[in-house]
Structure formats: structure tokens, C-alpha cells
Design a protein around this ligand. Structure first.
Ligand SMILES: NC(=O)C1=CN([C@@H]2O[C@H](COP(=O)(O)OP(=O)(O)OC[C@H]3O[C@@H](n4cnc5c(N)ncnc54)[C@H](O)[C@@H]3O)[C@@H](O)[C@H]2O)C=CC1
Ligand SMILES: O=CCc1c[nH]c2ccccc12
Length: 301
């Protein structure tokens, strides 16, 4: 089994790679894409109230003929209604009686506060509508606030995770690990999809050539080595097969170090770019203000 099951802190298990439905849209094409993912071997589907395709995911699950116990379904409370209403709508849309994992999509939704929101999440487990509960996009302070009053610990925190943000996200990984919380990585492939041309390009392509695989597979193997669960997607069958096959890849510690170093270099570059952009913005603003003052005859110097 290339991607193993990971043990959760509530005694349950979760497949360590998931197929995500965020960008699928809806209608028949979304059903077909989830169908395709299930038929190549994905057994963990990650959806959300806000993705507006829970029904399509549910239809594909039904069509797959897979037993309910052979598929792990995650959905998220995205704040479209209160938690008790939302979870009932989600399981109804998915056509199942429970989800395996229910996540708070963002700490920003936790109104009036995190403890009150988490109490409602705990009730979802008591009502049998979710087997496990977790969070998404929570930082260390928000996780600590939640744990201070939790009766049921979150099993997972789904966060942005790729080499360019690895150092930035590391405190979340360390805190989660201390508390037995699994990290799920989304947007792992951003260095290829949105930030090509950075310091990672070279090590990724040289490791990929040596192992006769593609750079996305190298990123998957890197994430696996960091002990996180991967949430990914593609409309291409060949890519989906590649993601699953990447579970068998073995990177050396030198490979991992090279990716970590290039990731850190990319992060420094992005910080420098952001600072430059801010400085340019400030300069423009100052020039504008000076021009207005001069036009109004105000002497500022
Ligand atoms: N909890 C949250 O706030 C979030 C959760 N997610 C979850 O994660 C899932 C995956 O998110 P993404 O950002 O789409 O994941 P991703 O970073 O894995 O990107 C997937 C995309 O990469 C493309 N790709 C694969 N290999 C490539 C290559 N070699 N070169 C260029 N492009 C390549 C694929 O075709 C696909 O479009 C979502 O569907 C959703 O379920 C995503 C974002 C936020
Ligand atoms: O999950 C991907 C991005 C997204 C879509 N809807 C929401 C709601 C709250 C946080 C993130 C997102």
C-alpha cells in the first residue's frame, strides 16, 4: 500500500492522500471527475459546504459501488448556516448518514469565539453525524485556544503546506505533533502551479529526472516524508495515477535537504519582493500626498 492509513487521536484511521473537490465546479463534469478519482484508487474525498459540489461527490460515491466503510469522506463547515443545520445539509447532499471527518473551514468563522464553535462541533460527533472532527487554517494560538476548552481534541488541521511556506508553517506542525493532531496539506503543488521560476525548479527537476518521475510526484514524496496527509486534485487521470504512485517514492535525506533549502530561499525572495512592493507603494502614496499639498499650496517641507 503506497499511501498508508494514518492513526488519528480518537482511535480511527484516515487514508494519507485525499482527492479534493474545490475546483471541480458542479454538475455532471464534477461527478465524472470524482468518479475518475475513485476508479484510479483514491479512497478519501475532501469536499466542503462552500465548494457547492457535495451532491456531485455523493453521486459519484454511490455510483462507485464502494462500501461506505471503504471510503473516507471529509467535508467542512464553511459558515453558510449554523453548524447543526450545515452538517445535516452536508450529509444529506452527500447521501450518507455520517461523514468521517468534519472540519471548521477557517478560524474566521468561529463566531462569537472558538470555544463556542468547538462545542457545536463536539455535538456533531455526539449526534453521530461525524466520526471525527477537526479544523482548517488554524494557527498555533487558535489551536491552543481550542484545546484549552475542548472535550474532544481535533484529529487534524488542514493547512496551506508547500516548500515555500514550510518554515513559516513549521510551528503549526510542531504544535500539532505535540498534541497528536495530524496535519493535512493543501495546495502542495503551488511551486509548480502558481510560482514556477523559483529556486525549487532546479532541485525538483533534477530529483525528478534521477528517479524518472515528475516534479509533482517529488513534492508528494517530500510531503509524505514530512509526515503530513496530502489533499490534492487533478482532472487528468494520468496525474492522479502519478500522485498515487508517488507514495512509493523514496527520497534521500540530501533530496529533502535540497528541497527545504530551496523552499527557504524562495520564501526569502518572496519576503524581499513583498517589502519592495510595499516600499514602492509607500513612495507612490507619499509622492501623491506631496503633489496634493503642493497643489493646495500647503508647505510640508
Ligand atoms: N482547507 C482549505 O482552506 C483548502 C483546502 N483545499 C483542498 O485541497 C484540494 C487541492 O487543492 P489545490 O490547491 O488545487 O491542490 P494542489 O496544489 O495539489 O494543485 C492541484 C493542481 O496542480 C496541477 N498540477 C499537478 N501536477 C502539475 C505539474 N507537474 N505542473 C503543473 N501543474 C500541475 C493539477 O492539474 C491541479 O490542477 C482542494 O480541492 C481542496 O479539497 C484547497 C485549498 C484551501
Ligand atoms: O478551501 C478552499 C478555499 C475556500 C473556499 N471556501 C472557503 C471558506 C473558508 C476558508 C477557505 C475557503
Amino acid at each position: 500500500m503506497p499511501w498508508d492509513l494514518v492513526k488519528l487521536n480518537d482511535g480511527r484511521s484516515m487514508p494519507s492522500i485525499a482527492y479534493g473537490t474545490w475546483t471541480l465546479g458542479n454538475g455532471q463534469s464534477a461527478v465524472d471527475q470524482v468518479d475518475q478519482a475513485l476508479s484510479v484508487g483514491f479512497d478519501h474525498v475532501d469536499t466542503a459546504q462552500s465548494y457547492r459540489n457535495e451532491q456531485e461527490a455523493g453521486q459519484a460515491l454511490k455510483e462507485s459501488g464502494l462500501a461506505r466503510s471503504d471510503i473516507f469522506v471529509t467535508t467542512k463547515w464553511s459558515g453558510q448556516a449554523d453548524i447543526p443545520t450545515s452538517i445535516r445539509n452536508s450529509v444529506g447532499n452527500l447521501g450518507i448518514s455520517y461523514v468521517d471527518l468534519y472540519l471548521v473551514h477557517s478560524p474566521r468563522l468561529a463566531v462569537p469565539d472558538i470555544p463556542t464553535t468547538w462545542k457545536q462541533m463536539e455535538q456533531v460527533v455526539k449526534d453521530g453525524l461525524a466520526k471525527s472532527i477537526g479544523i482548517s487554517n488554524f494557527n498555533v494560538e487558535q489551536m491552543q485556544e481550542l484545546l484549552n476548552s475542548a472535550n474532544i481534541k481535533p484529529v487534524a488541521n488542514q493547512i496551506l503546506f508547500h516548500p515555500y511556506v514550510y518554515a513559516q508553517q513549521k510551528p503549526i506542525l510542531d504544535f500539532a505533533s505535540q498534541h497528536g493532531i495530524i496535519i493535512e496539506a493543501y495546495s502542495l503543488l503551488i511551486p509548480l502551479t502558481h510560482q514556477p521560476g523559483g529556486p525549487l525548479d532546479k532541485p525538483l527537476s533534477s530529483i525528478a529526472s534521477r528517479l524518472d518521475v515528475s516534479p509533482d510526484q517529488v513534492l508528494m514524496a517530500w510531503a509524505k516524508a514530512k509526515g503530513v496527509v496530502v489533499v490534492t486534485t487533478s482532472s487528468k487521470e494520468s496525474r492522479l495515477k502519478g500522485y498515487l504512485a508517488a507514495g512509493d517514492l523514496k527520497l534521500t535525506s540530501d533530496d529533502i535537504d535540497a528541497i527545504d533549502e530551496a523552499g527557504a530561499a524562495g520564501a526569502r525572495r518572496l519576503t524581499a519582493k513583498t517589502l519592495l512592493r510595499r516600499a514602492a507603494g509607500l513612495a507612490l502614496l507619499t509622492a501623491g500626498a506631496l503633489a496634493v499639498c503642493s497643489y493646495l499650496g500647503i508647505d510640508v517641507l
